[in-house]
Design a protein around this ligand. Structure first.
Ligand code: NDP
Ligand code: MG
Length: 382
């Protein structure tokens, strides 16, 4: 029985993690659930999964939910609360599916506590990949990817000679606006952006796929997870989302992982690795039903976020922290109707231009750069 602490339990990845746990009650249990403020979604889950600890966003939410919880459940809040959930002694694995760089400290704390990490929260690796990977090595902890592309790469590396990897190829769906020209993006609405052709995901990542910043963040995520230089990480647009990513080896052999688009597979693989389990919730891939698969080179004029991310990744140090923080704030502003879709990448670019890179930043520096960038972008927006 694997005991799981889950951050972001009420979100898209969080709920699907609970679906996997629900399918295998003899294999998995949820010992801690952390969420933000969505009490209506959380309460039935708490009643169903009986966690020992519940962590919420802040004191107000804690006070609202307290009367509905039994006395045996420990209730905590804030980042401190999430950290407590991440290091709860009863857990074996932390599934970090919280949104944004707020997930960094809980990840670091869980590594120090020796927990295996199932990482969906890509912002953690973008913001502070060098700190996370160094700590994981120091404490002998595995960081198992939940992001579907990285899970595909990880699966395509099993049993292979990793020193012979010549290239990682991330697939990208192209997002909600893939059939639009850049000029057609001027007046797009929030609802248009949230209408993803292949995947149902949280709002922030759906917008990130439309700008393709998501793929940019994933390039940085892959750089840290697999220790690959940026020159050896490529992106290919693949509109069907059947090939989830590929690994090329020195002999030009390419190994890929395929499947119908579903986050349940990478979530479950992170929970069962190195074994596999049946997954009734997903459907079989019949290639004859799909017929044709398409692949296309990324046009960085069309998707400037991809270039911004490579630029930030290669500049290194604190630059990816700026990329991520500026993007988080700009996407929030777009989702609340304050800025236009095309402004997102403009604000990110401005923040990157404004920043003086600090090499090998420690946690304090990263947190300071994160705060300053958020304030800088918010100020520009207002
Ligand atoms: P959602 O927006 O659906 O969910 C976010 C979760 O985080 C919710 O449970 C939310 O709680 C919680 N949360 C947000 N802010 C706080 C806070 N301050 N304190 C505590 N909890 C908080 O996001 P997704 O599930 O889409 O994405 C989560 C992560 O996984 C992201 O990093 C994303 O990039 C990554 N990912 C997602 C994929 C997907 O298919 N959705 C695919 C690959 C990666 P509440 O709603 O209760 O406030
Ligand atoms: Mg992904």
């Amino acid at each position: 029985m694997k005991k799981i602490s889950l951050l972001g339990a009420t979100g898209s990845v969080g709920l699907q993690t609970l679906d996997v746990i629900r399918e295998h009650p003899d294999q998995f249990s949820a010992v801690a659930l952390a969420f933000g403020e969505n009490i209506d979604i959380a309460l039935p889950l708490i009643q169903e999964f009986h966690p020992k600890l519940v962590a919420v966003k802040n004191k107000t939410v804690a006070e609202q939910i307290r009367p509905a919880l039994t006395k045996e459940i420990r209730l905590v809040y804030g980042v401190e609360g999430m950290i407590e959930a991440a290091v709860i002694p009863e857990s074996d694995i932390l599934v970090n599916a919280v949104l944004g760089s707020i997930g960094l400290e809980p990840t670091l704390a869980a590594i120090e506590a020796g927990k295996t990490i199932g990482l969906a929260n890509k912002e953690t690796l973008v913001t502070a990949g060098h700190l996370v990977m160094k700590k994981a090595k120091e404490f002998g902890v595995s960081i198992l990817p939940v992001d579907s592309e990285h899970s595909a790469i990880f699966q395509s590396m099993q049993g292979q000679d990793r020193s012979a990897i010549s290239r990682l190829i991330l697939t990208a769906s192209g997002g909600s606006f893939r059939d639009k020209k850049r000029e057609e993006l001027e007046g797009v609405t929030i609802n248009d952006a949230l209408n993803h052709p292949n995947w149902s995901m949280g709002a922030k990542i759906t917008v990130d796929t439309a700008t393709m910043m998501n793929k940019g963040l994933e390039v940085i995520e892959a750089h840290w997870l697999f220790g690959m230089p940026y020159e050896k990480i490529d992106i290919v647009i693949h509109r069907e989302s059947i090939v989830h990513s590929l690994v090329e080896y020195a002999d030009h052999s390419v190994i890929a992982q395929l499947g119908l688009p579903s986050m349940l597979v990478p979530i479950q693989y992170a929970l069962t690795y190195p074994s596999r389990l049946e997954l009734k919730l997903t459907k079989q891939l019949n290639l004859w039903e799909i017929g044709t698969l398409h692949f296309q080179k990324v046009d960085t004029q069309r998707y400037p976020s991809v270039s911004l991310a490579y630029h930030a990744g290669k500049a290194g140090g604190s630059m990816p922290t700026v990329l991520n923080a500026a993007n988080e704030i700009a996407v929030q502003a777009f989702l609340s109707g304050k800025i236009a879709f095309l402004d997102i990448e403009r604000f990110v670019e401005t923040a990157l231009e404004h920043h003086q890179v600090v090499q090998m930043p420690d946690l304090e520096t990263i947190e300071a750069v994160d705060r300053e960038t958020r304030a800088f972008v918010m100020n520009k927006i207002n």
